[in-house]
Design a protein around this ligand. Structure first.
Ligand code: HEC
Length: 110
């Protein structure tokens, strides 16, 4: 593909995603992309198995715990490293998304 064609394709996909956003349709819900970093240790959608379950906890509680991790007031350092990467706005978005997830862990494939 030549550069003008590449640019055309990139512009078309940009226009499509802008149109989807304008229509209130988003391929990835707000907060999910940010929270996906947590799934490795807290389970898919934060519902375990793994370390403490996050799914279904109150958004405020998750947010406050993340702020405590950032401040070094809690944990053994693993969570602080993760918490540092997020702004308050991003923490609110991922906390809200996690709070809305079902508490039941997804069953793994047989
Ligand atoms: C590398 C593994 C790992 C990842 C990735 C991770 N965590 Fe954790 N998380 C832990 C561990 C371990 C603990 C237990 C506290 C500690 O030892 O620091 C914990 C504890 C927590 C707690 C406190 C739970 C409680 O009930 O006390 C919250 C909230 C939390 N994590 C949120 C998150 C969020 C949000 C993300 C994604 C941004 C995330 N974690 C990513 C390992 C991880």
């Amino acid at each position: 593909m030549r550069i003008p064609q590449l640019l055309g394709a990139a512009l078309a996909s940009l226009t499509l995603s802008t149109a989807l956003q304008a229509a209130g349709v988003s391929a990835v819900p707000a907060g999910r992309l940010l929270a996906s970093n947590c799934f490795q240790c807290h389970g898919t959608n934060g519902a375990g198995p793994g370390f403490d379950r996050l799914a279904g906890k109150s958004a405020n509680e998750i947010f406050e715990e993340m702020k405590d991790f950032q401040a070094g007031k809690e944990g053994n350092g693993i969570m602080a490293k993760h918490a540092w990467g997020y702004t308050d706005e991003q923490l609110r978005a991922l906390s809200t998304w996690l709070s809305q997830q079902p508490k039941t862990a997804l069953r793994s494939a047989p």
